[in-house]
Design a binder for this molecule. Structure first.
Ligand code: ASP
Length: 343
């Protein structure tokens, strides 16, 4: 007697907007509803063996991801959290512009995650002949249904990346995302090669949603000519935390006393200033150069090899869970979800 075939995996897809489902409008591409019917018409592969069954939930307001805010992260996070028990994995169809931010935010919000959550989208809409939507969506769907990787990830352009390590590196190319400081979790060529040794184990804590709050955080990229006045205005209350995208190994204009005074005054008030590097690869080490040590003396903390996206969403998360500034400072340098490489 033959054994019963294993049940087809089930994936829940959240369609939030983005180029994948856009159609031409009067002012350029705009998000359009009715994605499931269009996908089924354009992708007969969705019924092929090995492709999970899916349910697609279409958001009432479909967004270009440039319009997304933490309230949208909270809505997506709550929708995913409420369905954890019913599905093998999850796909979030999302615009590419802020996908790295949403992926980073979800990684912090979904504490104790045990199932794959995979964001994807496309650079060319499904309705266009050369669209990358089909490949990206199929990759995300198959990996969400079968990989059992308990992380928030981005599947795009033939690779699977840890979400909180990603950044958008191409505005036009089809390999739009990179994970410069952490190797890919899988490569999707003729075969799907999952790097199991890079996959994090489930945290072993009960699953729970940690939504974002209204705590104010910001990011600023240092530039030659930045002034102490500008920084002081930026750091004024009610700002709780700032990601300072500094030069190279975490350096800033340390010969300008007004800049150091603005940073020191804010840090003394409890503003948490996290320094990351503007470089695509590498880490902020505040003790390497005198120009970095001065930032540390002013009270700034090094963000190791976090992307600016991960640093910003982590800072906001730590305030949202109710930590005081001293505890936020301590947690920033700790690896919570694979977002940084500890020393
Ligand atoms: N502006 C679009 C968005 O982020 C770009 C894309 O999806 O590729 O929604």
């Amino acid at each position: 007697m033959s054994e019963a075939s294993p049940a087809r995996p089930r994936v829940w897809i959240a369609y939030t907007g983005g180029t994948l489902g856009m159609v031409p409008g009067a002012d350029g591409y705009v998000p359009a509803p009715g994605l499931e019917a269009r996908l089924r018409a354009a992708m007969p592969q969705l019924d092929a063996p090995g492709v999970p069954a899916f349910e697609l939930h279409e958001y009432a307001e479909l967004l270009d991801s440039a319009n997304m805010s933490p309230a949208d992260w909270n809505r997506i996070g709550a929708d995913l959290a409420g369905r954890q028990a019913g599905y093998d994995g999850f796909v979030v169809v999302h615009g590419t512009d802020t996908m790295a931010y949403t992926a980073s935010a979800l990684s912090f919000m979904l504490e104790g995650l045990t199932k794959p959550v995979i964001l994807t989208g496309s650079q060319i809409p499904l309705c266009a002949a050369r669209s990358d939507a089909r490949d990206n969506l199929l990759d995300a769907l198959i990996l969400a249904g079968s990989s059992a990787i308990p992380e928030v990830m981005i599947a795009f352009g033939g690779t699977l990346l840890r979400g909180n390590r990603t950044t958008k590196v191409q505005s036009e190319g089809l390999r739009a995302f990179a994970s410069p400081n952490a190797g890919a979790l899988a490569e999707l060529g003729i075969d799907i090669r999952i790097h199991r040794e890079r996959v994090r184990s489930p945290a072993g804590v009960p699953f729970r949603l940690r939504p974002y709050s209204s705590a104010e955080v910001a990011a600023v990229r240092l530039f030659p000519g930045i002034t102490g006045d500008f920084l002081a205005r930026l750091l004024a209350p009610p700002l709780a935390g700032l990601v300072l995208e500094a030069y190279g190994a975490g350096n800033g204009p340390a010969r300008d006393p007004a800049i150091l005074a603005a940073l020191a005054a804010a840090c003394a008030r409890g503003v948490v200033v996290v320094v990351v590097t503007q470089c695509l690869e590498g880490r902020a080490e505040l003790g390497v150069y005198a120009a970095g040590s001065a930032l540390a003396r002013a009270g700034c903390i090094g963000g190791a090899d976090m992307t600016a996206e991960a640093a910003l969403t982590k800072l906001a998360y730590l305030f949202a869970v109710g930590l005081d500034p001293a505890a936020v400072r301590a947690e920033i340098a700790r690896d919570l979800r694979g977002e940084l490489t500890a020393d």
